[in-house]
Ligand binder design. Structure first.
Ligand code: ZN
Length: 206
């Protein structure tokens, strides 16, 4: 329990520093938020989304889950996308994965798994099977793992582009771009997977 009082002490120091350095900023957040994009990322504690993008509170709307999955049958993720696109009117949705993702790694494990995590990761397991031949051409298990992390992000961007919520936005002529990024722990850098989609014309089967 010693850890929790430290959190509150940290919080007080942070709030005092923000109030001192940017008077009016925190009270402004009481009134509204104006995030520029929706971030769909992994729950991993090593990916501090705002910090690595240099953004302040109010500038990024976020949804996080294990292995950064976009699933049409996940009401949590769908509600976040609906609010971001229809109410906040964000113009960009970023799916940001990361290398050495434990969720992706678990989906590569051939030993039988149970519980909610096994069900949640089933699409990643399917993707691994589907991409089996291309992954087999890589030299090491670590390379296969990291490539599957990338392929998983690309797959989620495709899933986003097929969502009724997203198609409706494009049908109405509103700008909305989808992007796939990767984050690398050891350099702290983001990488663009060049898989961006800005309209229905870009989503024809490849
Ligand atoms: Zn992860």
């Amino acid at each position: 329990m010693r850890y929790l009082p430290e959190i509150f002490a940290n919080n007080r120091r942070w709030a005092e520093a923000v109030r001192r350095e940017r008077p009016g900023y925190l009270p402004g957040l009481n009134v509204s938020q104006n995030p520029r994009f929706l971030w769909i990322g992994c729950s991993d504690s090593r990916v501090p989304a705002n910090e690595i993008c240099g953004l302040q509170p109010g500038e990024m709307f976020k949804h996080r889950n294990v292995a950064n999955l976009v699933r049409e049958n996940d009401p949590n993720c769908q509600a976040v996308i609906q609010y971001a696109v229809h109410t906040l009117k964000v113009r960009h949705i970023v799916v940001c994965g990361h290398y050495h993702c434990g969720g992706v790694r678990a989906a590569m494990d051939d030993t039988p798994q149970d519980g909610p995590l096994a069900g949640w990761l089933a699409p990643v397991r399917d993707l691994r099977q589907h991409e089996g031949s291309s992954l087999a051409g890589l030299d090491s298990e670590e390379q296969r793992w990291n490539r599957l992390c990338e392929l998983n992000v690309i797959e989620q961007v495709r899933s986003l582009a097929a969502l009724p919520l997203v198609r409706q936005t494009w049908d109405e002529g509103r700008p909305l771009s989808l992007h796939g990024w990767m984050y690398e722990f050891h350099t702290g850098l983001l990488h663009d997977l060049d898989t961006s989609i800005s309209g229905p014309q870009a989503t024809a089967p490849s």
